[in-house]
Design a protein around this ligand. Sequence first.
Ligand SMILES: [Zn+2]
Length: 313
Amino acid sequence: MRSPCVAVVCMATWLAGCATPEYAIRQVPVPEESPSALQIERTISAYQAGQFQRQGARSIGPSERLAGFEVQPLVNRLSRVTERPSLRYRAYLLHDDDPNAAALADGRIYLTTGLLNYLARRGGQADELASVISHELAHTVAQHLVKRYRMLQQQELLMALVAAGAAVASRDAGAPMQRASRLAVNVASLLQDVANSGYSQEQELEADQLGIQYMIRAGFRPEATLELLQDFSRFEQPWPLLRTHPYSTRRQEDLQRYLTDIGYWERTQPRPQQSPSTSAQQRLTHLREIQRLYPSGSVSWQNLQRQIEALIK
Ligand SMILES: [Zn+2]
């Protein structure tokens, strides 16, 4: 069984040997709605939507319940709190046993029956479905496919310039025409490459962080993302590299750190039925767990140490 959503893609990018991104608090995305960005989004989305349609995908009704979930109202609630609420975010269902989800650049979100059944088996918590949807929305809002297209386009341009330089050096008169026709073919294949390729690790981590922000803003429990990632880790392939450093673990660590840095844990009130000593003990255990994620003596480590010492006194 493959892990849901992006973990499959993440694994591919991991194995491709990309540098591991550093933990950072990412900037708030500022959506670009220039004609060229919109054109790229429309073209890639039309290509991807065609593929999903051929696989039998259908739209989910505005109040349709699937595996106990009200999918479209959940998409609406989350999309309203993103930096790009103007897009029309529509949910689609794809019959596939693999738990998976995908977002298109134009606001379409595809969920598999495998994903909904998997979440239903875990208790049918709306927070968990919100976690998957918010991550997918983040890819769309942050325009990851547009950025990927532009990056590949620059690489192509660079290669064309190198080839042009070589042609001038060899005084090949026919080369410019051949190059022009090759570039025209490249634009079409470039769009397909972007549509078929996954996201970079950096984009996945950014989508995690943005997604968790959307969950908090929309009133969902961000802890649901950590619980899901914990469960995803058992799906990952026993590849040697992944065995020593599973991708889900990295994603969990980054999100734990992020929730610490934004003061989420401090804001979370202890449950009323717990005695003060029990909740303090739980908080102490939790702070110590988080502290282990930071290098000893670092600023965050010291902040947490102060909180731990205050609890012990
Ligand atoms: Zn993703």
